[in-house]
Write a protein that binds this ligand. Structure first.
Ligand SMILES: Nc1ncnc2c1ncn2[C@@H]1O[C@H](COP(=O)(O)OP(=O)(O)O)[C@@H](O)[C@H]1O
Ligand SMILES: [Mg+2]
Length: 230
């Protein structure tokens, strides 16, 4: 059984087919990138996989459970237990420090634990920024706090929607290096990106066009070792 499966998924707004018969299987531990022009349905697809939205038609199976049929309450539980989200806009709480932002995710999941939250920040190289507010952090540092927040509950799937969209090259490398680490540890990664360099490091690249998967490239050279920096 695949970790994630989309079967004949549609998202329709009036006349517009934001997703138009999408079929996709993702195996546990896979690293997938999704590209495609603006408006092609990338975020719609991520929102549906991330249990934040439901398809108009079709099935979305996570571990064999059809989330398109679940109540919003159950969707919240599934998202909390299985999914880590990273966005282009950081969505950090401005008046909370880095470590408190990470602890907030723990709070929604189970019990806040400052030591664990600090360890997560350490993993993303931000141990010394734990007490800083978002406004006192650079864009790259804020995104790393978001990665720490996404990691804190040990999700099976990380969904990242243009995670490097607001970052300069050095910070982009740091985030991609973190993705490598997560992939090495067995996390499943689905990463939407406009950046071919970020897309190419994945095992499989999908291109969305007008709500359909128009192209799929398997990276034969994938060794799990290709890195920007070494
Ligand atoms: N809530 C909504 N109501 C109406 N149209 C929407 C809504 N959300 C997205 N769309 C439309 O669906 C299409 C796909 O959007 P989106 O998934 O955000 O694209 P992408 O992330 O690839 O840029 C776009 O044409 C967008 O305008
Ligand atoms: Mg988008």
């Amino acid at each position: 059984m695949s970790l994630l499966e989309l079967k004949n998924v549609y998202k329709i707004y009036g006349e517009l087919h934001a997703l138009n018969d999408v079929n996709l299987k993702v195996e546990k531990g896979e690293w997938i990138s999704i590209m495609g022009p603006s408006g092609s349905g990338k975020s719609t697809m991520m929102n549906i996989i991330g249990c934040m939205d439901k398809p108009t038609k079709g099935q979305v199976l996570i571990d064999g459970v059809d989330i398109s049929k679940e109540s919003s309450k159950n969707l919240t539980t599934i998202r909390r237990d299985k999914i880590g989200l990273i966005f282009q806009q950081f969505h950090l709480v401005n008046y909370l420090t880095a470590v408190e932002n990470v602890m907030l995710a723990q709070y929604y999941h189970s019990i806040p634990d400052e030591k664990e939250a600090l360890e997560a920040l350490e993993r993303v190289g931000l141990a010394d920024r734990a007490k800083h507010l978002p406004s006192q952090l650079s864009g790259g540092e804020q995104q790393r706090v978001c990665v720490a927040r996404a990691l804190i509950n040990y999700p099976e799937i990380i969904l990242a929607d243009e995670p490097t969209g607001n970052l300069d090259e050095a910070n982009e490398e740091t985030v991609v290096d973190l993705f490598h680490k997560l992939h090495d540890e067995g996390t499943t990664l689905i990463v939407v990106t406009h950046d071919p360099e970020v897309a190419e490091v994945a095992q499989r690249q999908l291109v969305l066009r007008n709500g359909r998967i128009s192209k799929e490239v398997v990276n034969d050279h994938f060794t799990g070792k290709i890195r920007f920096t070494d």
